[in-house]
Design a protein. Structure first.
Length: 95
């Protein structure tokens, strides 16, 4: 992905999970299942990416992009969903 000058990709450290208004979302069961499920799927992107890299090993550009860009972003999505779930529903044993 090409970023405009002065812009950078987001980082997990940039997200202020303390600013979440827990009382507005904690009773939404569908949101809980959606976000918890998304966190599980996205965190497993590392394994999925390794499978894609093996499948496309003949295409160096694709495998480099998968390894250096896509995998990192997808796993970061999972970690952010996980942190959100743990912030809003601390009683849920994510591990």
């Amino acid at each position: 992905m090409t970023l405009e000058k002065g812009h950078r990709n987001w980082r997990l450290e940039d997200v202020d999970f303390n600013a979440i208004r827990r009382e507005m979302v904690s009773s939404d069961e569908r949101l809980f299942y959606l976000l918890a499920s998304a966190s599980f799927v996205e965190i497993l992107s590392e394994l999925y990416t390794e499978n894609l890299i093996a499948h496309y090993q003949e295409n160096r550009d694709a495998t480099l992009w998968l390894k250096e860009t896509w995998q990192r972003e997808e796993v970061q999505h999972g970690r952010s969903f996980k942190a959100y779930v743990q912030s809003v529903w601390p009683e849920f044993d994510w591990e």
